[in-house]
Write a protein that binds this ligand. Structure first.
Ligand SMILES: NC(=O)c1ccc[n+]([C@@H]2O[C@H](COP(=O)([O-])OP(=O)(O)OC[C@H]3O[C@@H](n4cnc5c(N)ncnc54)[C@H](OP(=O)(O)O)[C@@H]3O)[C@@H](O)[C@H]2O)c1
Length: 304
């Protein structure tokens, strides 16, 4: 991992190149057996963060719908296990490794998918890091960790893959957010003051919803549908275990809610609490806040 102490464009470029190399190496090191071929006309789904929890279940379900699934995460061992699980059930999938704490690795992942596929029918922006541990972490790009991993990386990848999503329409994007939502303080987006892990997580999750509303407006009439949701409360996953919270819901419940947004006629630009349409934090409906977030996101991800 490369540590960034400055924020000049030149330095950032060097980081991006270095991280791209690492990601490319990780991807080419995969055994050929796990790289089963895409069949002509087969739909393609990307599930970020599908090495465990909700994402893993979604990857399995989408593969069972005869989609080729791009499995993604940091943990190669678990990624290969998910691919093996899909292949054992007769499906097709391939694992791509990228740490969203590196915009360089995120971009390399985006480029690898553009290289390997000529369509993208379903994009589930699911990868996430929760509120625990309650400490401020900074990525190698010098950004607050949850904001980058949970939101900015998905903003970047969605932009990169938009030509594929548009040409594959009707296509779907689902942003896996949360009921934990806290307004973004545009004077302190990287939470240098009054930090808590809960605030960082909730801010990044609300950012996903602002992004969803804006994206739906921009995609009107294109056949690309985008929605966001709180999947379920305290599902039995690694994130919840790390927080030391007793699970209250199953991964299946959360997966049912996400799959509704993949398969049903639910409109675009909405926020759902489980299976039901819901209202998000008021900032999601503030056009000026959305404009500021979009501009900031382009600035933070554009030159990396
Ligand atoms: N669990 C709940 O009750 C709950 C409630 C509301 C919303 N959610 C949302 O549901 C989504 C899935 O969470 P989960 O509960 O299934 O958690 P999980 O089991 O911990 O899964 C998180 C996934 O995100 C990936 N990930 C984490 N940090 C990453 C990073 N830096 N770079 C790339 N990938 C990274 C993980 O990959 P590796 O392990 O390979 O790093 C893993 O595949 C998250 O967006 C979460 O915010 C969950």
């Amino acid at each position: 991992m490369v540590l960034v102490t400055g924020r000049s464009g030149r330095f950032r470029r060097a980081v991006a190149v270095s991280a791209s190399c690492c990601a490319a190496l990780a991807m080419s090191a995969l055994p050929a057996a796990s790289q089963s071929a895409l069949q002509a006309g087969q739909r393609v789904a990307v599930v970020t963060g599908s090495t465990s929890g909700l994402g893993q279940e979604l990857a399995v379900r989408l593969a069972a719908m005869d989609m080729y699934v791009v499995v993604h995460g940091r943990n190669a061992e678990r990624g290969k296990e998910v691919v093996a699980e899909i292949e054992a059930a007769g499906g097709r999938a391939r694992f791509y490794q990228a740490d969203f704490g590196s915009l360089g690795q995120t971009r390399a992942f985006g480029e690898a998918v553009l290289r390997d596929f000529d369509r993208l029918d379903v994009l589930i922006n699911n990868a996430g890091f929760g509120s625990s541990p309650d400490e401020r972490m900074v990525t190698e790009d010098g950004l607050e960790f949850r904001m980058q991993v949970n939101y900015l990386s998905h903003f970047m990848l969605t932009q990169m893959w938009m030509p594929l999503l548009r040409s594959s329409a009707p296509s779907r994007i689902v942003n896996v957010s949360s009921g934990a939502q806290q307004p973004i303080d545009f004077d302190d987006v990287m939470i240098e003051r009054s930090f808590s892990g809960g605030r960082a997580y909730a801010q990044s999750k609300l950012a996903q919803i602002l992004f969803t509303v804006d994206l739906a407006e921009r995609l009107q009439g294109t056949g690309v549908v985008v929605n966001s949701l709180h999947p379920a409360t305290y599902m039995d996953t690694r994130m919840v275990a790390r927080a030391g919270v007793a699970p209250r819901a199953t991964v299946d419940e959360g997966a049912d809610a996400v799959m509704q947004l993949v398969t049903d006629d639910v409109g675009s630009g909405g926020y759902f609490n489980g299976l039901r349409p819901a209202r998000a934090n008021a900032q999601a409906y503030d056009a000026e806040a959305r404009r500021r977030l979009w501009a900031l996101s382009e600035e933070l991800t554009g030159d990396r």
